[in-house]
Design a protein around this ligand. Structure first.
Ligand SMILES: Cc1cc2nc3c(=O)[nH]c(=O)nc-3n(C[C@H](O)[C@H](O)[C@H](O)COP(=O)(O)OP(=O)(O)OC[C@H]3O[C@@H](n4cnc5c(N)ncnc54)[C@H](O)[C@@H]3O)c2cc1C
Ligand code: FES
Length: 360
């Protein structure tokens, strides 16, 4: 065998790589481009990374609950002017109206040329927060409460119901978690995180995260939050860790004097899945307007359960009347939310009064 053959192959590979880099440069991949946001802010960028990463590198944060895997649909943005076609990965998350309006997923669209984009102004105020973990507490066998003390900046303003993202240190994973704390407590935020077997972020939180760890959070994000200008009676529905944003909403309603009637349905399997029961029972003693209805779908014999039993959808159906003047806040798995919305519709709730966050 020719002794020089490996060297020749290596040389050819180097040459091809160089040619590809040159081609990329000539075709614009590495050339300068601008992203214009809302007609004024201009960002100069190089390379052809995704819109999501490019904006994040420039401290403009679009929420990205799945970290860019095209499974959450939270990273929407709107293109102005020339709009490319929809990618198959984007299709499931965009309504025909959104497609027509130029809405796309920022984790799927690349910055290949100058772009004009529109973002809600609230997104421009989302930012990174350096925090230190102050409390790690078991709420159930698979849900932990984590309190993050804010270091830089040292305070945060958020609306009850909104979420922030955790950057898992050491691996390139970003996940969304609703804020469970009182929005008036500005020096820390709390999250309730349910363990997902083999889940990257939740395995880190449940197996490795400790008091004193430094964690970066980004946000706050989300258009799921308490409508404070309304006086409509409220139905809250949660399952699992969906209790988090509802707890924050209830903190706020309590501060406002709990003037609106609130019925809070919490769906769980058995007693071991219930938590903060005392906190919510106490609230209903203090405020006759507030009613807490935990419902168990599979109570165990040893639970000696005397409360509501059945699927949360059935319990809801049994315990509400006409909802045409109500507002509803739902949080939990997509399946639970879809099924509960069907029941709310049956009771004549108006679509514009239904707010939800699907923990997908
Ligand atoms: C707006 C928003 C708010 C959220 N708030 C909360 C919150 O307050 N508390 C909370 O615990 N979670 C919340 N989530 C879900 C959270 O963002 C993560 O998706 C979840 O914790 C799983 O992350 P992971 O990295 O551990 O799992 P991944 O590594 O992403 O997933 C591992 C595997 O588990 C599956 N999987 C992912 N999530 C679930 C799930 N929930 N149940 C069953 N299987 C799953 C995936 O399909 C995958 O196969 C929220 C999501 C959104 C979009
Ligand atoms: S970040 Fe989840 S779909 Fe884009």
């Amino acid at each position: 065998m020719n002794l020089f053959l490996p060297l020749i192959i290596f040389g050819i590979l180097i040459l091809i790589t160089g040619l590809l880099i040159l081609l990329d440069y000539v075709l614009g991949g590495s050339s300068q481009k601008t992203i214009t946001i809302n007609g004024d802010t201009q960002i100069v960028v190089y390379g052809d990374d995704t819109v999501l990463s490019t904006l994040a590198q420039n401290k403009v944060f679009i929420p990205s609950a799945c970290g860019g895997k095209a499974t959450c649909g939270t990273c929407k943005f709107r293109l102005v002017g020339d709009v490319p076609g929809v990618k198959p990965t984007e299709q499931p998350f965009l309504s025909p109206k959104e497609v027509e309006d130029g809405v796309r997923l920022s984790c799927q669209q690349k910055v290949t040329e100058n772009m004009q984009i529109a973002l809600p102004s609230q997104l421009l105020s989302a930012r990174d927060f350096e925090t230190v973990v102050e409390v790690v507490e078991d709420l159930t066998y698979d849900i932990k409460l984590i309190r993050f003390k804010l270091i830089e900046p040292s305070t945060v303003d958020f609306k009850p119901g909104q979420f922030m993202q955790i950057k898992v240190p050491g691996i390139d994973v970003v996940r969304a978690y609703s804020l469970a704390s009182n929005p008036s407590e500005k020096s820390y935020v709390e999250m309730m995180i349910r363990y997902v077997p083999n889940g990257q972020a939740t395995t880190f939180v449940h197996k490795a995260l400790e008091v004193g760890d430094k964690i970066t959070l980004t946000g706050p994000f989300g258009d799921f939050f308490l409508q404070e200008n309304s006086d409509k009676p409220i139905i809250c529905i949660a399952g699992g860790s969906g209790k988090a944003p509802i707890r924050s909403i209830l903190f706020r309603l309590k501060e406002l004097g709990m003037n609106r009637k609130v019925k809070y349905f919490f769906g769980a399997r058995a007693v071991r899945d219930l938590y903060y029961t005392e906190e919510f029972n106490q609230l209903s003693k203090e405020f006759p307007n507030f009613e807490y209805i935990p419902a168990l779908s599979e109570p165990l014999e040893e639970d000696h359960w005397k409360g509501a039993t059945g699927l949360i959808t059935d319990v809801l159906d049994r315990m509400v009347g006409d909802l045409s003047n109500h507002e509803a806040y739902l949080c939990g798995s997509p399946g639970m939310i879809n099924a509960c919305i069907n029941v709310l519709n049956k009771h004549d709730i108006k679509q514009e009064n239904v707010y939800y966050d699907k923990f997908s």
